[in-house]
Structure formats: structure tokens, C-alpha cells
Design a protein around this ligand. Structure first.
Ligand code: MSP
Length: 478
């Protein structure tokens, strides 16, 4: 029996109409950091990401690529899976919504919702944006266009199955009242609450005559609305029994899809008699050099290319340090290179190289207690990181670690530990600082942190360190 505390985290599942761009990588990296934080604390982490495949977008993209839909979907799903492997994302599972385990779970949830009397047939007449896979109200449009996709939505008139979302207004408001941290950062929460307070309409949960998608149980003329299907992935990945005991702890996503997750998803779960997720962590949206990411502008940034050129940690560090979680952010190569050279090459990389080189020169380096000043500074940093992390303020956590690096740098400059035979009593203090830095950075820049830790070996039998110089972590970019 595994006695570690279970922590269950999900990213959104991504559409397979294209390969990942930096916005997708961002949401996944945030989830990865949170997963690693819980792992470091000794939790048993279930971390799921995956692909949302039953969308009309998949069909359109396959046609554009002149490929058969199933073959196209398999190819893209593999591409997403590989991307996360390349970026060292520590997901423990990858769910695809065309998998049998998912389809079976969707049926179970559908049946539960139906048994609760919350599914009925009606006719739908209204607007639909395939880009968003969302039914739109006239008020959602700007100049008649979907503000996100800049396209007019389709007018559709069809027989649909509906979900009685309206029935859950007061239960949702109750849920929000009892869980003031349900949506983070909290500034995003009031929008959700006022949306529900304004009154909810039932929503269509099927599309007539669609051949790609999960058929409505007992009525194959209809495919289940892709969002109703996709949200259930969070259950399918672990199974209904596991979900009943322990639903999602943290669901990470962009601000664009909060309504689906904070309104529709909990209402579906309430209807099905299932527990709701504990927390939704929302990220802002990205621009590139101030412009919206768009294929037609040709400005999409490939996270794999960035990671291949500068390293995974450089990509992670930039996103985590530069963007306040929840706020919109901008990517530019200049800013990226500035952070890389300033903070990684000259900061962490340089400090680690100096300390390891000094320490490796010592014939023996016995363990030592930290001086009062070192103990106090390290303790203060750990506390600051803990506080920032508990509020998902990762940029602040990193800033605190970088203050510790500056403290270490100052110690090197002031004490000149390379003079004479070297000053082992100072060098050992620097090693203790570097050890603490590596430990604190493990969830954020795992490759560099592990590389540093691997250079500092404690021999308990002799009470001495064995230090190796290690590789150059962040070569300067000119
Ligand atoms: N398939 C749905 C999610 C279903 S979850 C049950 C979906 N997929 S998506 O691929 O379009 O986008 C998923 C997420 O990618 C967004 O919520 C967001 O986290 C991230 N981003 C997509 N574009 C982005 C930016 N331009 N900037 C930041 N994040 C972005 O929606």
C-alpha cells in the first residue's frame, strides 16, 4: 500500500489541429512545476495531459493535410506526446479522447446525467464557432465576428440533446461560496460568479449528423458535443472509482476556457453525483512581440526549437520568471536572450561553476554546519519560496532564489576563497548555499538543478564532500 499522499493534476487536453506552440507549452510547464513541487514534498503525483481529438477541427485539419482522419489523429497525438517527452514534462499518463477507456467513461457519465433527468431533446437554433467549438450568444461577438477567431460563427438549426445547466445555478454559487480559492488567481473568480449569478441557460450537448466524435448512447445520428466529451477526460484517465475517492486537485488552463471548467464541468459532475475538482489555476494569454500568436501572422514560436537551441531549463526559466502567473505575457527573443545571459549564464551558471571549481580543488572538504548568516539567509529564502509557491507566484519564488545566488556571489567576491591554499571554511559554506539552491530549483529548472546536485556528493562514512566540476550549464549567447 502506497502511503504517500495522492496529488492529482491535469492540464487541458489539446486540440490536434496543429503541433504545440509556446502557449500550450506554457500551460503544460506550469502543471509540471506544480507536479514536481508535490513530488519533492513526497506526494504520489498523478499528472495527466493529453489530446482532445473528437473535434471538427481534427476533421478539417486532416482534410487540409490530405490525410485520413484516424491516421492524422494518431500522427498528431504521437507528436504531442513526443513534444512533452522532449521538454522533460513529468506527466504520468497521456489521455486521448479516442481511446476506449475514455469513450466508456463518457457513456457512464452520460448515463448518470440522464438518470438525474438532466438530458432532454430539443431544437437548437443559434450561433456556433468551430474555432472555439462553442455555442455563441450575439453578445459574445464583436462586429458579428468571434473575437478570438475573427470569423463569423455558423448559424445552426438542429435537433440537439440539451443538458439542464440552469438547474445548477444555486449549487454552483454555493460551491463558489464555500471554496473561495476555487479559481486562482482570485481576480478571475468574480467573472465566473457574476456569469452564473446572471442566470444560466441549458446547453446543447450534441451535434446532429456529425460522423466524427462519440455517438450519443442509443442515438448514433448525434455526436456528443466535443466539450461535454473532452471534460470527462479528467475522469477517464484515472477511472470512475478513483475519481469518486479523489478528483482533480489542480486543473491548470488558460483563461480562455475557465467558463467550461468552472461552470459547465462542476455542473456536469453535480448532476452525475460525482465530486468536483478542488482548484482551477488559470494562466493568461501570450503574445509574441506584442502580437497575438497566429499561424497567419507566421509568428508562432516553436517551444521545441527554443529548447533545442537554449535548453529546456532556459525555456522554463523564461516563462516562469518573466510572466506573473495569471497575467498575460509577451515573448520576444530579446527578452529571452536577456534573461538567459543575465540570470542563467551570469547568475546561476556562473555561481555554480565558481563554487564547484573552488571546491573540486580542495583535497578534502569536510562537512560543516552553516554559519549563522548562511543559515539565516538560506532559511529566509526557503520561507519566501514556500510562501510564493503556495500562491503560485513562481516569478517571486525564483526572484528569491536569485537573491540567494547574489548573496553567494557577494561572499565569493568579499572573501576571495581562491587565495593561498584556498579557504576551505568559506568554500564549504558556498557548497552549502549551492546545495540549497539546487534543492529549491528542482521543480523549476530540473535539468540544471539535478546536474548541480550530482556534482555535490556527501560521503556520510567519512564526513566529507566529493565535488566534481560538472558541465557548463548555460553557455553565454552572443
Ligand atoms: N481542447 C480544449 C481544451 C479541452 S480541456 C477539457 C482547448 N484546447 S487548445 O489546444 O485550444 O488550448 C488549450 C490551452 O492552451 C488553453 O487553455 C491555454 O492554456 C493554452 N493556450 C493556447 N493558446 C494560448 C496562448 N496564445 N497563450 C497562452 N496559452 C494559450 O481549448
Amino acid at each position: 500500500m502506497d502511503s504517500r499522499e495522492l496529488f492529482y493534476i491535469n492540464t487541458p487536453i489539446y486540440y490536434v489541429n496543429d503541433k504545440p506552440h509556446i502557449g500550450h507549452a506554457y500551460a503544460t510547464i506550469i502543471a509540471d512545476v506544480i507536479a514536481r513541487i508535490h513530488r519533492v514534498r513526497g506526494g504520489r503525483v498523478v499528472f495527466v495531459t493529453g489530446t482532445d481529438e473528437n473535434s471538427q477541427k481534427t476533421v478539417d485539419a486532416a482534410a487540409k493535410a490530405h490525410e485520413e482522419v484516424v491516421a492524422y489523429t494518431d500522427r498528431l497525438a504521437a507528436q504531442w506526446q513526443d513534444a512533452w517527452k522532449t521538454l522533460h514534462i513529468s506527466n504520468t499518463d497521456f489521455i486521448r479522447t479516442t481511446q476506449k477507456r475514455h469513450i466508456e467513461t463518457v457513456y457512464e457519465v452520460w448515463k448518470r446525467v440522464e438518470a438525474a433527468g438532466d438530458i432532454y431533446k430539443g431544437s437548437y437554433e443559434g450561433l456556433y464557432c468551430t474555432g472555439c467549438e462553442e455555442f455563441k450568444r450575439p453578445g459574445d461577438l464583436v462586429d458579428g465576428l468571434c473575437p478570438l477567431h475573427k470569423k463569423p460563427p455558423e448559424m445552426i438549426r438542429e435537433e440537439n440533446y440539451f443538458f439542464r445547466l440552469s438547474k445548477y445555478q444555486s449549487q454552483l454559487l454555493e460551491l463558489y461560496k464555500n471554496n473561495p480559492q476555487f479559481v486562482l488567481p482570485t481576480h478571475r473568480f468574480p467573472e465566473v460568479v457574476s456569469f452564473v449569478e446572471a442566470g444560466l441557460e441549458d446547453i446543447s450537448i450534441s451535434r446532429e449528423g456529425k460522423t466524427w466524435g462519440i455517438p450519443v448512447p442509443g442515438d448514433s445520428n448525434h455526436a456528443i458535443y466535443v466539450w461535454f466529451d473532452a471534460l470527462i477526460n479528467y475522469i477517464s484517465a484515472v477511472g470512475l472509482d478513483a475519481w469518486m475517492k479523489h478528483p482533480t486537485d489542480v486543473n491548470v488552463m488558460g483563461k480562455d476556457i475557465v467558463r467550461f471548467h468552472a461552470v459547465i464541468w462542476p455542473a456536469m459532475l453535480l448532476s452525475a453525483g460525482l465530486p468536483v475538482p478542488r482548484q482551477i489555476v488559470t494562466t493568461g494569454f501570450f503574445t509574441i512581440d506584442g502580437q497575438k500568436i497566429s499561424k497567419s501572422l507566421g509568428n508562432t514560436i516553436d517551444p521545441l526549437e527554443l529548447a533545442a537551441t537554449y535548453g529546456n531549463d532556459a525555456l522554463r526559466y523564461f516563462l516562469l520568471r518573466e510572466i506573473v502567473l495569471g497575467d498575460d505575457g509577451d515573448f520576444s527573443r530579446d527578452k529571452f536572450v536577456g534573461r538567459y545571459n543575465g540570470d542563467l549564464a551570469n547568475g546561476l551558471g556562473n555561481f555554480a561553476a565558481r563554487v564547484l571549481a573552488l571546491a573540486a580543488k580542495q583535497s578534502t572538504l569536510p562537512f560543516a554546519q552553516p554559519t549563522d548568516e548562511v543559515a539565516r539567509t538560506v532559511h529566509h529564502t526557503k520561507e519566501a519560496v514556500l510562501t510564493s509557491v503556495s500562491q503560485y507566484r513562481f516569478h517571486e519564488a525564483l526572484a528569491a532564489v536569485w537573491e540567494l545566488i547574489s548573496f553567494g556571489d557577494r561572499m565569493v567576491t568579499e572573501t576571495k576563497p581562491w587565495e593561498g591554499e584556498g579557504k576551505p571554511d568559506v568554500i564549504v559554506q558556498l557548497v552549502l548555499i549551492l546545495e540549497a539552491i539546487a534543492e529549491l530549483l528542482l521543480p523549476f529548472v530540473p535539468d540544471a538543478a539535478s546536474a548541480i546536485s550530482a556534482c555535490i556528493v556527501r560521503n556520510d562514512s567519512t564526513g566529507t564532500f566529493t565535488i566534481t566540476k560538472g558541465p557548463v550549464l548555460f553557455p553565454r549567447i552572443s
